[in-house]
Write a protein that binds this ligand. Structure first.
Ligand SMILES: [Zn+2]
Length: 415
């Protein structure tokens, strides 16, 4: 109760400087009051006052004495990442992943299962809620859920948390995902496209840290990209920036799930690899995939990737052709957007260098030399965890923003 009032009290007229001091510790890694003053350019007295408010609210804790630079050693301040718990879910076309996270975006209790997103929001979100309930039951008694973060495999209007005409999610258009969870957990909820969330995970806790302009590409069943511009996620006017999977890549008679012909993901995505792999298995052109089929195994994108890595020539051709098409599309993105880093994640990226080397060749072959001089193209190191971590950072960054702290926090903190 007392701490709830202390947090609510933060949301007064000093909110901007309170958040500056908090961010100096939480994001920039400053540990002492003099360092915070340098980072924030606030006066020492202001820093001392705001830090005292944040300590009373339980968001900062006082640590041991820091290193002395002549005078009295300053006392270290630490961000109290354990102050609250975030529930996070990363929904793919065929999977659900859930976890709890602390306020520093560290994931615990992660668990996942297969799920079919086309079964619709009531079915899928009810299952996510059951998994969340199990996570909440396992939390210590004094833990509070401060927020919920959800990534969805389609375009999302970020301001409302509603999916917008998602091509692979029948029944989800306009569904109020935010209210579904807000009413259950009495906590604010943020929802975004899964690839945006993964880009945020890499930006705040992965290889993209320190980069200002980043493209994160996910090649799962489909293909999508999350864009980071000047250190911030670029969602676009309606939340569908980076939807590169439906770029037309030349003449094609292959129809995409969106109804158009010749989309990148219809030719190069995981669904396409599985489809073409099955054909190679049936025709016997790929001995490895034919063997999989004969053994009663399903031929999926992953089996094509595995066969390619085992040296099966026909499977290798499929994988490298996917990489070449993706690289061609990315060359256009590079000329248009000029990123310093492209990270490639999703199941197909598990082909590693076999895939990345072809993407690099195609990008370098068709981009402006100036745009590629310092461009790195790498495999996403967070892989599966990027979505969960990103969902946590999405929530924490919103909660601990001036607008987030200005909301009434009593409901979050009074059990
Ligand atoms: Zn399409």
């Amino acid at each position: 109760m007392e701490r709830a009032h202390a947090i609510t009290a933060l949301a007064g007229e000093n909110i901007e400087s309170v958040v500056s001091v908090l961010d100096a510790v939480r994001v920039s890694g400053a540990t002492t009051r003099p360092e915070i003053a340098r980072v924030t350019r606030l006066g020492r007295n202001v820093v001392t006052d705001r830090a005292a408010q944040l300590i009373a609210a339980g968001l900062l804790t006082e640590g041991p004495l820091g290193r002395s630079t002549g005078g009295r050693a300053p006392r270290e301040l630490r961000f109290n990442a354990a102050a609250g718990v975030i529930l996070v879910a990363d929904l793919g076309a065929t999977s659900i992943e859930v976890a709890t996270a602390d306020l520093a975006g560290s994931i615990s209790n992660a668990r996942g299962e297969a799920a079919d997103v086309t079964l619709g929001p009531t079915h899928i979100l009810s299952r996510v809620a059951e998994l969340f309930d199990e996570l909440v039951d396992s939390l210590p008694g004094d833990a509070h859920v401060w927020g919920v973060g959800v990534g969805l495999p389609g375009p999302v209007e970020f301001d409302t948390g509603r999916p917008v005409s998602p091509p692979i999610m029948p029944g989800w258009d306009g569904y109020d995902v935010r209210s579904f969870f807000a009413s259950r957990y009495h906590a604010p909820v943020w929802v975004d496209n899964d690839v945006n969330v993964m880009a945020l995970g890499e930006l705040r806790g992965g290889l993209a840290a320190g980069h200002q302009d980043v493209v994160f590409v996910k090649i799962g069943t489909g293909i999508g990209a999350g864009l980071v511009s000047r250190g911030l996620l670029h969602r676009g006017a309606q939340g569908c920036a980076g939807d590169i999977g439906h770029m037309a890549v030349g003449e094609s008679t292959v129809q995409c799930r969106c109804g158009q012909l010749g989309c990148l993901e219809a030719l190069a995505g995981g669904h396409a690899l599985g489809r073409d792999g099955l054909e190679l298995a049936h025709s016997g052109q790929s001995p490895v995939l034919a063997g999989e089929l004969a053994a009663g195994h399903e031929v999926t994108a992953q089996s094509v990737v595995d066969a390619a890595l085992r040296g099966d020539p026909a499977a290798r051709r499929l994988v490298t052709e996917s990489a070449r098409l993706l690289g061609g599309a990315l060359a256009r993105v590079v000329n248009f957007f000029n990123p310093s880093l492209i990270l490639i994640g999703g199941g197909v990226a598990s082909a590693g260098d076999l895939y990345l080397s072809q993407v690099r060749l195609a990008v370098l072959g068709r981009s402006l030399p100036l745009a590629t001089r310092h461009l790195e193209i790498l495999q996403s190191p967070l892989a599966d965890r990027a979505g969960l971590r990103g969902a946590a950072f999405m929530v924490v960054d919103e909660l601990l923003s001036p607008a987030g702290l200005s909301r009434t926090h009593d409901q979050l903190l009074i059990s």
